[in-house]
Design a binder for this molecule. Structure first.
Ligand SMILES: Cc1cc2nc3c(=O)[nH]c(=O)nc-3n(C[C@H](O)[C@H](O)[C@H](O)COP(=O)(O)OP(=O)(O)OC[C@H]3O[C@@H](n4cnc5c(N)ncnc54)[C@H](O)[C@@H]3O)c2cc1C
Length: 409
């Protein structure tokens, strides 16, 4: 009996030791495999989103080779005059990526950093160029991503991850055979945009100006003037101020304006939605600019009014977002993610557009890590579904709160 017990004890013990050794071995082999795992990454487009995506990839520690493509040449890319506004969330995100705002031309206001697209791109390019000493990075400016480009990549250099950041007019996803279908959804608001280009003005970063609860007296056009708090409220949340919301942004040379109001069927809104008289909208922007501009810039007058271009009437603000924002290309064993304005874009310029693109990149490092360390296809699909969920969440959040944050507050 005693011998039998000893035998059982020995068997249990040796099984336990064998299991323990197996688990330890597996954990260390998996750990070593994950630690060693690297993926080749291709970023298409060097706009603010593409360059930030490249920086994320470079810092992820999971990239074997990084190629950044841009169809424009360096001068064209870096001389883009538009201003971008980085909100506090984007600023925190970029600080985490090592962006030093003290070393970038721009200005701060209300926790936003205002700079020119070209300046931001040049700064990110310099960070990437510095990284070239530590890792394999190829920056190909003046090179377009096309079918021919793809065909020419040798099998041994073919990317495992392609990050498409080619902007709202890009066609790279079609080159990869990914559907260009968009879901177009209302943001439950109306808006209009204006641009004022004055070549004699300065091109330096300038804080935005916001004005709320504006009411326009259109009685001269036969529309009853209404300034009561009920007018214009429609179905908007009660916390939201009624009336229209105006933003003036951009540099003094390239001034932009955005006018938006929550959806309503007030008389003024209805009139501005359907009037065939485009001079009414122009007049509204003209008067609003002169009323809210900074003191140190000139007014728009009869001599300069022709420099003001604007929407003819109020239109419904819509968010278009891609049906497919991430995909797996089976034959080539490549995963693709679509970012920035290539993934989601508004038909209305809020003056904060770049942030929606940067928010999408918050899940990029995890995505690259998961794909690089994937043991099988299930892991790859899990990485893809996480990315798709995040992209969908962003579009939903923007439709719910985006205009409140960028325009109505
Ligand atoms: C007039 C105007 C004023 C604006 N003002 C503001 C503002 O005040 N604040 C703000 O936050 N945002 C503003 N925006 C929006 C902001 O510019 C965009 O949100 C931002 O540029 C989008 O970045 P992106 O990288 O997604 O796309 P993009 O900046 O469009 O970059 C895409 C890049 O991909 C390249 N590309 C395209 N196809 C290919 C290809 N096949 N191969 C290689 N490269 C390719 C393009 O050349 C381009 O450089 C403004 C936009 C405009 C047009």
């Amino acid at each position: 009996m005693e011998r039998y017990e000893t035998l059982v004890y020995d068997t249990v013990l040796s099984t336990l030791v064998a299991v323990l050794i197996y688990v330890l071995l597996k954990v260390s082999v998996d750990g070593y495999r994950q630690w060693r795992a690297r993926a080749r990454v291709l970023v298409v487009g060097s706009g603010p989103v593409g360059l930030t995506a490249a920086l994320i990839a470079a810092r992820s520690g999971k990239v074997e080779r990084l190629v950044l493509l841009e169809e424009r040449c360096r001068t064209a890319l870096l001389s883009r005059p538009q201003q971008i506004a980085l909100d506090s969330r984007s600023v925190r995100f970029l600080l985490g990526l090592g962006v030093d705002f003290d070393n970038m031309e721009g200005c701060w206001h209300n926790e936003h950093f205002f700079t020119k697209v070209g300046v931001f791109q040049e700064y990110l390019l310099s960070l990437l160029e510095k990284r070239k000493q530590e890792m394999n990075i190829q920056i190909l400016l003046g090179t377009k991503f096309t079918e021919e480009y793809l065909k020419k990549i040798p099998a041994s250099e073919f990317p495992r991850v392609i990050i498409v950041c080619d902007g709202s007019c890009g066609e790279s996803s079609s080159v990869l055979g990914i559907s260009s279908d968009y879901i177009v959804e209302s943001c439950n608001a109306y808006g209009a945009n204006a641009a004022l280009e004055r070549a004699d003005q300065r091109q330096v970063p300038t804080p935005e100006i916001r004005a709320h609860s504006l009411y326009f007296d259109l009685s001269a056009y036969g529309v009853e003037f209404a300034s009561s708090s009920k007018e214009g409220q429609g179905s908007q949340p009660s916390a939201l101020k009624s009336g229209s919301h105006l933003k003036i942004y951009g540099t003094f040379r390239n001034r932009y304006m955005a006018l938006a109001c929550p959806m309503s069927d007030s008389k003024v809104v209805k009139f501005l939605r359907h009037t065939p008289n485009s001079s009414i909208m122009k007049n509204i922007f003209h008067q609003s600019f002169n009323a809210y501009k900074t003191d140190i810039e000139p007014r728009v007058n009869d001599l300069t009014i022709h420099l003001l271009q604007c929407s003819r009437r109020l239109f419904e603000i819509m968010l278009s977002h891609r049906r497919v924002t991430a995909a797996y290309i089976e034959g080539d064993n490549v995963v693709v993610t679509i970012e920035g304005e290539a993934a989601r874009v508004l038909n209305f310029d809020t003056g904060c557009g770049v942030n929606l693109g940067l928010n999408g990149l918050e899940s990029l490092e995890e995505f690259i890590y998961k794909v690089a360390t994937a043991a099988d296809q299930n892991d790859v699909f899990e990485a893809l579904s996480g990315k798709i969920r995040h992209s969908k969440q962003l579009a939903d959040d923007f439709r719910r709160n985006g205009l409140t944050v960028t325009m109505f507050q």
